[in-house]
Design a protein around this ligand. Structure first.
Ligand code: ADP
Length: 152
């Protein structure tokens, strides 16, 4: 049996996992992308969240339900820009590479979102440069890795 101390020290490891070490590749589309093309990208790239960027800077986030909602309204999705459907900066919850994966999970739970853009705050003050993504899948993977490392 493990002593309670062992269990505590193992669990404290949870806070040492960093976002940087668990970065997933982010899939981005430009502001001028159509709702139709965004949906195709979502399928092809097998992702549930797209980041909308302008000149490498984050301007919005597009989820599956955002696309579903705008599509249900009818209309020509090839003529609709994603900007119509996305959630915009400054309403986007982001995280930095230095943060812990635990902090990312807390934010996703608190804000009820499936993914966070991992961003570097640029010095020029012109916005966030996206360097990657963390999602609920990222957290699940890390959880499984921890479980495999510490099988009793
Ligand atoms: P879905 O809507 O497909 O279940 P989410 O739960 O991630 O996916 O998204 C819910 C809403 O929150 C959507 O309108 C989406 O644009 C928005 N959203 C997604 N990610 C973020 C984020 N990191 N910060 C702020 N809003 C987000």
């Amino acid at each position: 049996y493990n002593s309670e101390h062992d269990v505590d020290s193992r669990l404290s490891l949870l806070h040492e996992l960093t976002v940087a070490d668990h970065l997933a590749v982010s899939v981005s589309v430009s502001e001028s992308c159509s709702v139709y093309d965004a949906a195709v990208t979502m399928f092809l790239e097998d992702t549930g969240t797209l980041f909308v960027v302008n000149d490498g800077r984050l301007v919005g986030v597009l989820s599956r339900k955002d696309l579903l909602k705008v599509t249900l309204g009818g209309g020509d999705t090839k003529a609709m820009p994603v900007t119509l459907a996305m959630t915009r900066v400054p309403h986007i919850v982001t995280i930095t590479p230095e943060a812990s994966l635990y902090d990312a999970a807390v934010l996703m739970v608190r804000h009820e979102v499936d993914a966070l853009p991992v961003v570097k705050n640029d010095d020029t003050g012109t916005g966030f440069a996206v360097v990657g993504r963390v999602s609920k899948t990222t957290i699940t993977r890390a959880f499984v890795e921890l479980g495999q490392r510490y099988t009793v």
